[in-house]
Design a protein around this ligand. Sequence first.
Ligand code: DGJ
Length: 535
Amino acid sequence: MRISFCALPIVLLFSGVSASLTAQQPAAPHLEARGAATQLIVDGKPFLILGGELHNSSSSSLEYMKPLWPKLAAMGLNTVVTPLSWELVEPKEGVYDFALVDGLLAQARASHQRIVFLWLASWKNGMSSYAPVWVKQDTRRFPRVVERNNEVEILSPTAAATQEADARAFGALMQHIKQVDGEQHTVLMMQIENEVGVLGDTRDHSGAANKAFASAVPPELTAYLKAHQSALYPELRALWDANGNKTAGTWAEVFGDTARADEIFMAWNYARFMQAVTARGRAAYNIPMYANTWLMGEDAIPGDYPSGCPEPRVIDIWKAAGQAIDFYAPDLYAENFELWSQRFHRDGNPLFMPETRGGAAGAGNVYYALGQEAGFGFSPFGIEDEADGKSDLTASYNLIASIAPLLAERQSAGAVHGFVLGKFRSSVDFVMNGYTVHVTLDEIFGDHASTGFGLIMATGPDEFTGVGKGFRVTFEPRSPAAKQVAIAAVDEGTFVDGKWIPGRRLNGDENDQGKNWRFDSKQVTAEKVTLYRFE
Ligand code: DGJ
């Protein structure tokens, strides 16, 4: 992963010195490890993507998009995750058409939006429907995956010619984006392909793939497993352990003669292909690039979901295949939002969610992703469906946008917790700022809120700032010598240009007569609490 580490103390990064340096020469968007978080740095500052992903076909037409941009901006979005297909960029081999790219950039800028482009090229949802017809037609030059029971339109990742054609087009695209956007930074990141993997079989059974599968596992893969053994994803480590930690042998010998070996084999082949495509793009214009994942069901076998997709259990295989891809991202529609977020936010992989649920679910989950997992972006799918009328997401996005600089700074200090409460869990505890913080669903006159969500930041000694709705908080001092603790004051407020402007002093029913820090269920709010100690 190419993440630059910040050698300067955090305080310097916000000083005039670094500001004037970046003003002279604005670096391209990049990822940077800042304290406890890996952040997306845009024009010298951490940028939290409050985004939404368009339906697959919307951005293929500028006319179709025209009325959408202002509506998306009005929803509180700052970034639109925008499909861009190989078939439209290179309709004839070697003939590029960037009019759509230029038009989308102009429209985005007019609505003060940024873009994450999805490079839909050799694969989209496992299939190859977005490849240009000149690629699809030429099955000799661009061979397909062979499945045991299906005829499929899936390009084989083992084919060098396909990799080269995709890489060449992607390189040309990035060269163009650098020319037209290298100073404005409307394009923040690139997603390479979309949810790749073999659907319908556990692996490619073409002649070339069979030959590779029966050959030795590449030594760079086994060397990686050995060097990173203690940090491997537990399931992969257990599989490699169970097969004797071999550093040489065929795929079935090293990983066992099961569908898991097939999945690992496909992961390696897709990863080699996509690392090479990504590297070609980065050589032209170096901005963050990632791969996304169709998540497997807990009991599913490879092929029910795209076999080889960067599932958590094979992300190490992808990393062993190259370093050009910065990180791996979940398309998270599954019930267990927290568990899947944790499976991706590990071992240096930061959390960005290119596709997830919007509406009421997204309005809550965004606090968990950015608060608890230090995520740098969130983007519900089919966002234009929410652009007409009132979206639950809007209030959350507007509130988070107002605290964004503080939130980014507190993420890097490791001083944020986020949560979603409901039927599945009505309370959560965490330790922060010298206290055990106990958060429960809000309740007044015996009525429980049905959902609650938010995030809490430590913002000073005995001081916390929170945003969200439908929860209440109590504090327990951690140090043995601590005295008793109680609420000194709760203020509702707003952040204007990063400055806290207090509003109502919340007391009486609004803080349960001094007993609880409360966020009622009416609407998302920002509140600050200070505590005092006594004998
Ligand atoms: C996941 C895909 O990545 C998206 O492009 C889209 O097809 C959605 N599924 C549809 O639910």
